[in-house]
Write a protein that binds this ligand. Structure first.
Ligand code: ADP
Length: 487
């Protein structure tokens, strides 16, 4: 059913302007999918200095104003720069005092004022532009104050008529600071801080917690994660709060933009391919990858890719614990990531000890990511927790078999291989244990080396799996409609 709704996306990053992880992908792909379904979508995000100049050159100035921000009435400049991309309008909130630093994040102490300002400025910008959305769809802790502002400082203004959704992409980051700091920078009424809604404890406030309480609906990016976060292990201290609000909490799994991730039209690949020539093309892409990364060029090696922020969340202590066990003469590992120096150092060490078999590319590199998705045989995602995870979806779309832990969106998107029925998309393990990870890799490797026909069938199944936004965008549309019809 076509839709004529107006939706404002408010969040801290969006591909292609600035992306540090999955949030950036979703902020790009979901608005595009909704716009194709007939919605008018505006994305509001900060005008960071680190946005490439070529995008800044395409922006036009829509206006500016001064806005009261802080508890003492301290005011700041809000500029609005606009551009359009594939039917989606992007409004960038300009203020050099806040957005000239970082890539785009700095540290929590600076980021809290920055995103208090951003959340309020985004709503003020919508009023300034005279565009009242049916729904403001806010993302993660950086935009968590939007639902709170909407019902307090902006109640009675035009944008105050909008409904709000807050989507949890990752509950680990919540925007916690002293009550004084948040009171001052948010400029929110004092009484809000007297209730448990915002309080983390006697001294601290929690922005995400407040947003979750005030939003009309809360979503997270997979059904399993929606359940998991109501338990103490995954709830990051908010399990009780989320359980209390469970009636408005649901999980909608992410898709990927199938044009952004299209192996047939991917100019970054040595040999673009679709399902009809994947087996031959993947061999060529593997050779090109091995050459680029200084791995021994041999198309029969089992190449495992790992593309990830190098943090505890991603299960890297498991990888570290069994790394040497995973390596043998048949296996190569290509790692692409940055993050915790502990893991960067460990992977660099493995590379130096295993030249030609291991490459640790410690960097953020979009082009190399595409080449690993295409050239690797398997992609390892052994996360401790994973709200949705995009890398396993991209891998499947590129005919690369995921090896994942059964948590969050990994569980919802990767059907485990069943050797009796020949069904499934990848290899999985359940408990967070290094031996189980090693076992899953061994099972994958055995199939690859000993039963290539069945392996190849899985590659084709993966390529044919629908990982697009089609189904999930419709689920968001249903939610928007439900909110629009609410009294
Ligand atoms: P998260 O958002 O927790 O980092 P996701 O799996 O949701 O994890 O999304 C990760 C996204 O970031 C994917 O598009 C992946 O390809 C990309 N990515 C992660 N690390 C790198 C890197 N070092 N270089 C290039 N792309 C990366």
């Amino acid at each position: 059913m076509p839709s004529n709704m107006n939706i404002a996306f408010i969040g801290s990053e969006s591909y292609p302007f600035v992306k540090t992880g999955g949030l950036g992908d979703v902020m790009y792909a979901l608005p595009r999918a909704l716009s194709r379904d007939g919605c008018t979508v505006r994305v509001l995000m900060p005008l960071y200095n680190c946005i490439p100049q070529k995008f800044k050159d395409q922006m036009t100035y829509r206006g500016s104003f001064m806005m009261d921000q802080c508890m003492d009435g301290r005011a700041f400049y809000v500029g609005i720069m606009e551009s359009e991309l594939d039917g989606v309008i992007y409004d960038f909130i300009d203020n050099r005092e806040f957005f000239d630093w970082g890539n785009p994040y700095t540290g929590l102490w600076e980021d809290i004022p920055k995103y208090c300002f951003f959340s309020k400025a985004a709503l003020a910008a919508l009023n300034f532009l005279g565009w009242v959305p049916d729904v403001v769809h806010c993302h993660d802790w950086q935009a968590a104050l939007v639902p709170v502002y909407l019902r307090t400082r902006f109640a009675g203004t035009p944008v105050g008529a909008a409904r709000s959704i807050l989507t949890i992409h990752n509950l680990r980051f919540q925007g916690i600071c002293s009550i004084q700091h948040l009171k001052y920078w948010s400029g929110l009424p004092d009484y809000l801080f007297d209730y448990p809604v915002f309080k983390q404890n006697e001294d601290e406030a929690n922005m995400f917690k407040g947003g979750l309480a005030y939003a009309d609906r809360v979503t997270t990016v997979s059904e399993t994660y929606a359940q998991e976060i109501q338990t103490s292990f995954y709830g990051e201290g908010l399990a009780g709060h989320l359980y209390y609000h469970r009636a408005k909490l649901s999980g909608i799994v992410n898709g990927i933009d199938v044009e952004q991730w299209d192996s047939a039209a991917d100019k970054l690949l040595a040999a673009p391919y679709d399902a009809s020539n994947v087996l031959q093309a993947k061999r060529e892409n593997k050779r090109a990858l091995q050459e680029q990364l200084g791995l021994e060029v041999d198309e029969d090696k089992f190449v495992i890719g790992l593309i990830s922020r190098l943090t505890d969340q991603k299960g890297l202590d498991l990888v570290n614990a069994v790394f040497t066990e995973l390596l043998d003469d048949d296996t190569q590992v290509a790692i692409l990531g940055t993050g915790d120096p502990r893991y960067e150092g460990a992977f660099r060490y493995y590379e130096s000890e295993n030249k030609g078999r291991v490459c640790a590319y410690i960097s953020y590199n979009e082009a190399l990511a595409h080449r690993i998705y295409a050239g690797a045989d398997a992609l390892l995602v052994p996360s401790l927790f994973e709200p949705c995870g995009l890398t396993q979806l991209i891998a499947m779309r590129y005919g690369t078999v995921p090896i994942v832990r059964e948590t969050g969106g990994l569980k919802d998107t990767v059907l485990p291989y069943n050797e009796y029925t020949d069904e499934g998309n990848g290899f999985t393990f359940d408990r967070y244990e290094a031996d189980l990870l090693a076992d899953a890799v061994a099972r994958a490797k055995a199939l690859y080396l000993k039963d290539r026909d069945r392996w190849n069938e899985m590659v084709l199944r993966d390529m044919e799996k629908d990982v697009s936004w089609a189904v999930s965008a419709n689920r968001y549309l249903d939610l928007y409609r439900e909110l629009k019809d609410m009294e």
